[in-house]
Design a protein around this ligand. Structure first.
Ligand code: ZN
Length: 312
């Protein structure tokens, strides 16, 4: 019997955006059931850059809905907070609102963590922002993992972040401008650190299959793991879907587009589809491909994965 998949970056699923004001318990349950139908019984809901007040409201609402439904409560294993402590530079901020980005401050995090019921498990940040080293140390001291993303940090800033306790790279190969210096760029700087665990989006769009293969081979065994970074369009038909304050378009090609902008804004990838892709594109056997999207990640975050039942 297979073990559930585990996705640490889910912005929404099955037509439901976790950051919509007025999100109902029925909608959240629909997304959880749709994830289960794609073999994913545990995930981290991801909230992206917004004001601290707005994020606190979203966390409190999600916690309220979570407390009212036991299935949702166990599936939603925690939160991944991606922003607002990211690079506002063009190309690096991606679909996040650059104007809302700021230097990290532990008081703001404590407010957010209180609103989230202590369930923020992972924070993505850009370690070039002032105060990052102290902030990363404080988060790690509180048992929260830190990932580097939407960043143009220097080699020294990356090293300092790792020494402070940062362990991951968020969707490595994305959250950067389309054109960069061929050698002196943050992807190469991050990739050069064997101790960083990199998460990749295996949808064939964020990274073409050959590029994914190159990145994967550049990491030591067990240091390349996978996530969807999916939004509401995953597990749903093409159309227009919200992601926080944005409206995004998803065509038959499954590319998530922010109208009028060149960047990607999340994926429409389902986790089980991601497992098939990494198996096909990286030449992995089924068990290994599955582990890199489930148990290998769950072990790090000490999340217990249930077996997949016949119906799931
Ligand atoms: Zn991102």
């Amino acid at each position: 019997m297979n073990t559930s998949l585990f996705d640490i970056q889910v912005n929404g699923f099955g037509g439901v955006d976790f950051q919509q004001p007025g999100l109902t318990g029925a909608e959240l349950r629909r997304a959880v059931d749709a994830l289960a139908a794609h073999q994913t019984l545990r995930f981290f809901a991801t909230l992206i850059t917004d004001t601290t007040d707005a994020l606190c409201e979203k966390f409190m609402e999600l916690e309220r809905l979570r407390a009212a439904d036991a299935v949702v409560a166990s599936a939603l294993a925690g939160y991944h907070l991606e922003g607002p402590w990211l690079s506002p530079a063009p190309g690096y901020h991606g679909a996040h609102e650059a104007g809302l980005m700021m230097a990290p401050e532990i008081g703001a995090f404590e407010r957010l963590q209180a609103a989230a019921g202590g369930n923020i498990r992972l924070v993505t940040l850009a370690p070039e922002l002032p105060g990052s080293v102290e902030f990363i140390s404080a988060l790690v001291g509180l048992g929260v993992q830190v990932s580097l993303g939407h960043t143009q940090a220097s080699g020294a800033q990356i090293t300092a972040a790792i020494e402070a306790g940062a362990r991951f790279c968020t969707h490595l190969g994305n959250g950067v401008p389309a054109e960069l210096h061929r050698h002196d760029n943050v992807m190469q700087r991050l990739l050069a650190h064997d101790d960083l665990i990199a998460f990749f989006i295996p949808d064939g769009i964020h990274l073409p299959p050959g590029v994914l293969k190159n990145f994967f081979r550049a990491k030591p065994a067990g240091k390349a793991l996978f996530t969807t970074d999916c939004m509401a369009a995953a597990g749903a038909p093409p159309g227009r879907y919200p992601l926080g304050n944005l409206w995004l378009e998803i065509g038959p090609d499954r590319i998530v587009r922010q109208p009028g902008k060149p960047n990607f804004a999340g994926s429409a990838l389902c986790p089980d589809e991601g497992v098939r892709n990494i198996q096909d594109w990286l030449g992995l056997d089924a068990a290994t491909a599955r582990a890199l999207f489930s148990t290998a990640i769950a072990d790090i975050f000490q999340v217990v994965l249930p077996p997949i039942t016949e119906t799931a």
